[in-house]
Design a binder for this molecule. Structure first.
Ligand code: UDP
Length: 337
């Protein structure tokens, strides 16, 4: 059984991937500094799995501490999630973002070299595309000027990995470009733990429905889309987690590759459609108001998923309805806890 270091493994996408890895006979080793998640996720994981996975409370930018983990665990592969991810915060604190997101990757790549670990699955983002000229966007679409330090940190990270792969013939990498992950594990034992006021649409909707927020502000209804609101490609987090396992399985049959893959449903939904669907499938009310556009938002982006379907034999299995039901179930779990 392959041992996989999962940096950021107690985070939103990381913890769902840990479950998926164990379902496919990989041994996940979680590394997390718990700066943006907490122990509740570990309790949830323990309940789902029936045991507590191995967890290191380690900061990925700390070379010495990470060296210790690599020498103790001798992993076969790494999935590197650990990063900050709030676009708005990154604009206010660019150095915090560049330090954490870039330094952690450099430490991981350096240690993979020193310990001869040759398979890397990297968390990238559709933010690398900006507002693409073609929709659905495919992996060959040239990255646009990033609209935030967060987005730029993902572009730079991809380039660092591409350059490292070119220089190290044993290395094999996938750059997974996530569209908009939403939802939670159907058990409602793990999910996203947004601190403070959520930035993302679905946690904001669920908190409004739960009465934690007074109303949801829709950021602009004057875009050139069917109903005037922005369009995104929303993907259930469990589908996203499954793609990481497929990526690892694919890498083991490759040599010296560095491939980008879009991970989305391959179809767009507007903000209004997401709100209406949430209300319909959960039979709850959500107060809304229309506000001005949010700076940095692109009008629409959704994925061409043909490359990932053909190469990794992966596609989404869960619908928007299902994702929004699971998101509400998780919110109720949090509210009751
Ligand atoms: N959005 C909104 N109200 C909110 C949060 C988000 O109208 O309170 C919109 C946002 O403007 C974008 C879409 O929902 O059009 C998805 O935003 P999110 O922050 O979830 O993801 P992004 O695509 O920006 O990474």
């Amino acid at each position: 059984m392959k041992k996989v270091l999962v940096t950021g493994g107690a985070g939103y996408i990381g913890c769902h991937t840990v479950v998926e890895l164990l379902n496919h006979d990989f041994i996940p080793i979680i590394i997390d500094n718990f700066s943006n998640t907490d122990e509740r996720i570990l309790q949830g994981l323990e309940e789902i799995l029936g045991f507590m996975p191995i967890v290191y409370r380690t900061d990925c930018t700390d070379y010495k501490a990470m060296h210790e983990v690599f020498s103790l665990e001798k992993p076969d592969a790494v999935i590197h999630f650990a990063a900050f991810k709030a676009v708005g915060e990154s604009t206010a604190h660019p150095l915090k973002y560049y330090h954490n997101n870039i330094d952690s990757l450099l430490v991981v790549l350096r240690l993979m070299d020193e310990f001869n670990v040759n398979e890397l699955v990297f968390s990238s983002s559709c933010t690398v595309y900006g507002q693409p000229a073609m929709l659905p966007v495919n992996e060959n679409c040239p990255p646009q000027q990033a609209t935030s330090p967060y987005g730029y940190s993902k572009q730079v990270s991809e380039q660092i990995i591409i350059d490292t792969c070119a220089a190290r013939p044993q290395l094999k990498c996938t750059l997974l470009r996530y569209f908009n992950p939403i939802g939670a594990h159907p058990s409602a034992l793990i999910g996203e733990l947004p601190y403070g006021i959520p930035n993302n649409l679905v946690p904001y909707i669920t908190q409004t429905a739960a009465g934690i927020r007074e109303k949801l502000t829709i950021h602009g209804n004057d875009y050139s889309t069917n109903d005037g609101t922005c369009i995104r490609d929303y993907i259930h987090v469990c589908d996203l987690a499954a793609a990481h396992v497929k990526a690892l399985e694919w890498l083991s049959g490759q040599s010296n590759v560095c491939e980008a893959f879009n991970l989305g449903q391959g179809k767009g939904n507007s903000v209004k459609e997401v709100v209406d669907t949430f209300v319909r499938v959960n039979n709850v009310a959500v107060n809304i108001e229309i506000g001005p556009r949010r700076s940095g938002d692109v009008e629409q982006v959704y994925a061409d998923v043909s490359k990932v379907k053909n190469a990794l034999h992966w596609q989404t299995e869960r619908s928007l309805d299902e994702a929004l039901k699971d998101a509400w179930k998780w919110q109720r779990h949090l509210t009751q806890a």
